[in-house]
Design a protein around this ligand. Sequence first.
Ligand SMILES: [Zn+2]
Ligand SMILES: [Zn+2]
Length: 171
Amino acid sequence: MKLAFAEIPQKKILYSLGETGWFPAAEIAFRPPVQAEIEIGKKTSTTVFLKGRLQFTALLQCDRCAAPVERLLQEEFEYTITLEEYNNPELSELECSEEDCNTLYLTEPVIDFGAILREQAFLAVPKRTLCSEDCRGLCPICGAVLKSENCGCSTAGSNSPFAVLERLRKA
Ligand SMILES: [Zn+2]
Ligand SMILES: [Zn+2]
């Protein structure tokens, strides 16, 4: 969804985006619905303030044991969007001061909600996913999930290549 600068009202307006064609479904496995809200209002004729919220359920995998993990992810974001040139001294007064508030410099007077939301979706996905903080991962010998079963492999010296060979011989 794209919005022309000229159509942005002076007063803040809230968009609830039902259409989710912008979602990076090929890169992020998710379970619908995706909820997205964007509030937008003009600051000056060339600068716009945008605030939004994105929420979706991501279908992830534990980094240690590969168990499926569902996470409800939420991302809130704020942007100052401007047609001014980068480093315009007048602009710095308009920019928001908070750390998590970004400034976007547009080359044409159109705001692409989809592009902004897509970026936020990637930012929302955690770098690290564990099914539980104490997940012990997989047994290095037999590959069993150590959390739910006791595979019975000897942990003493289990890292030695001979232990692996021993298992192979028995199998
Ligand atoms: Zn795990
Ligand atoms: Zn084992």
